[in-house]
Ligand binder design. Structure first.
Ligand code: GLN
Length: 282
């Protein structure tokens, strides 16, 4: 069987099993079995797939059909155009979270930031992407999970930012040694009742408590004592959580400017708090 045949066969099987992005995932699995990059795969499409890699490939497809995410099978996931190592100790970065990145970069353009904290950093995708985009900014990345921080550390080395991204273990903002200009966080926000029983991802990264906003609420309260005077907070949220989170923030930061921002699919995806736009009294 040629690589091209194997690829189209796998695509068909994955699609039949309702795997979301069957063409991409088939390609990633084949590349992983053959240990080749995208260019090499496309150059070799008419070559015969030899028996050993073929056996490995179909085993990978089997694992995918068993529900295991491709990112855990291959140990990698792309975020903001960068390749990250991931394992089951960390959430798999989602494209929706690029909205947090883009907003942070816009904020820096308007008012240059000196310090940023990425809370619940997981594999470090947001902190590291920011470190590469904003070389002058000091970045803290915290996580309560030591295992997640080990993954983040591998990614910091991989992307050459280990000296600029300060990894701290602890409960959200507690380990921060100074006030920061921007707090950015993709915390767990799935409602407990909606957690998939067979999720391969760590529960600690998904479980947002009864209404999904427990961790977010805790972070908002902690932010009162950790944001600089003109600071910003960017929070990824789940569908339908905009009102709860903005109401809470209005109570905690009565003078801050608060906004709910939808993602490309028009789903409420982020809440931003901006203290630099303090409403002037009177
Ligand atoms: N976006 C993820 C999901 O819907 C949830 C991520 C999170 O809780 N931060 O599964």
């Amino acid at each position: 069987m040629t690589l091209k045949k194997a690829l189209s066969h796998a695509r068909g099987i994955l699609a039949e099993h309702d795997i979301e992005d069957a063409p991409l995932e088939a390609e990633l699995l084949l590349r992983h079995a053959l240990k080749i990059d995208r260019t090499q795969l496309y150059l070799d499409l008419d070559r015969e797939l030899s028996p050993q890699p073929e056996e490995i490939f179909w085993q990978l497809v089997e694992r995918r059909l068993g529900g295991e995410p491709t990112a855990y099978i291959t140990g990698r996931r792309e975020f903001y155009g960068l390749d990250f190592y991931v394992d089951p100790h960390t959430l798999i970065p989602r494209p929706e979270s690029e909205l947090l990145m883009e907003t942070a970069l816009k904020l820096d353009k308007d008012h240059p930031l000196s310090t940023i904290a990425d809370i619940g950093t997981g594999c470090g995708a947001i902190a590291i992407s920011l470190a590469l985009e904003l070389p002058g900014v000091k970045i803290y990345a915290t996580d309560i999970s030591a295992a997640a921080l080990e993954v983040a550390s591998i990614n910091c080395q991989k992307h050459g930012v280990a000296d600029r991204v300060h990894l701290l273990q602890g409960d959200m903002l507690e380990p921060l040694p100074e006030l920061v200009d921007l707090i950015i966080a993709n915390l767990p926000y799935v409602r407990q009742a909606e957690l998939a029983p067979t999720s391969f991802e760590p529960l600690i990264a998904l479980d947002g408590g009864a209404d999904g906003t427990e961790s977010i609420a805790k972070l908002c309260r902690q932010a009162q004592s950790k944001l600089s005077a003109r600071g910003n907070l960017l929070l990824e949220i789940g569908q339908g959580q905009g009102v709860v989170v903005t109401t809470l923030l209005h109570g905690l930061f009565p003078n801050g400017e608060i906004e709910v921002v939808p993602d490309l699919g028009s789903i409420e995806r982020m809440v931003s708090l901006n203290l630099s736009k303090d409403k002037v009294a009177g």
